[in-house]
Design a binder for this molecule. Structure first.
Ligand SMILES: [Ca+2]
Ligand SMILES: [Ca+2]
Length: 196
């Protein structure tokens, strides 16, 4: 037994079924740190992936090799984000940035150890989850919630620039049919909560 074990601990709602393979054990929990806003189908700013990675060879994991590779179903290449320790034994975490709305994200994890072994999770293929609906606060429709979304609302309020009906719908965070400072405050909350 010298393989590297990867266990994924992922948000249940993004994974339609339990995956099993010969070498890895998968389980799902509800311990997601990101909170959906409104509809559970709404996209998030980022998607947390937590994995338990244990080098049974005891050769030592190669930290730089611990990665999550992800792509959308419509792009041909994988991007990567590093898995870093959560502080708990053998537990690592990465964040897949939101690629936007109405898309499917494919991803897999990779780990290597100093015995030369490289493992991926799943062993072949990828996990997939769909992102439907619109990202709360993403007035600019670029998949990010940041200062530019606030600026878009400010410019709209000052009549410097227009927003489409869809954008106005997103900008009206409290659904009172008015786009005003209270909606900006809601978006500020999203940005601040992400950084805390
Ligand atoms: Ca945006
Ligand atoms: Ca409003």
């Amino acid at each position: 037994m010298d393989q590297i074990l990867l266990y994924s601990v992922l948000c249940k709602k993004y994974f339609p079924s339990t995956h099993e393979s010969l070498r890895f054990t998968f389980h799902h929990t509800d311990s997601c740190s990101h909170k959906p806003i409104g509809d559970q189908e709404n996209p998030q700013v980022e998607y947390e992936v937590t994995a338990t990675i244990d080098d049974l060879s005891e050769a030592g994991l190669i930290e730089e090799s611990l990665k999550v590779f992800w792509k959308t179903s419509s792009t041909g290449y994988y991007n990567s984000v590093s898995l870093s320790t959560t502080g708990n034994v053998d537990e690592y975490r990465a964040f897949i940035p939101s690629p936007g709305e109405n898309t499917e994200i494919h991803y897999y994890m990779q780990a290597a150890d100093y015995s030369g072994r490289v493992e991926t999770l799943p062993m072949a293929g990828y996990f997939a989850f769909t992102v439907s609906g619109l990202l709360a606060g993403d007035v600019t429709l670029d998949g990010q919630v940041n200062i530019f979304d606030i600026m878009a609302i400010v410019h709209y309020m000052l009549r410097i620039s227009e927003l489409s009906p869809e954008q106005i719908d997103i900008a009206d965070m409290n659904n009172d049919n008015i786009v005003d400072i209270f909606d900006i405050a809601s978006i500020v909350d999203i940005i601040i909560s992400r950084r805390s």
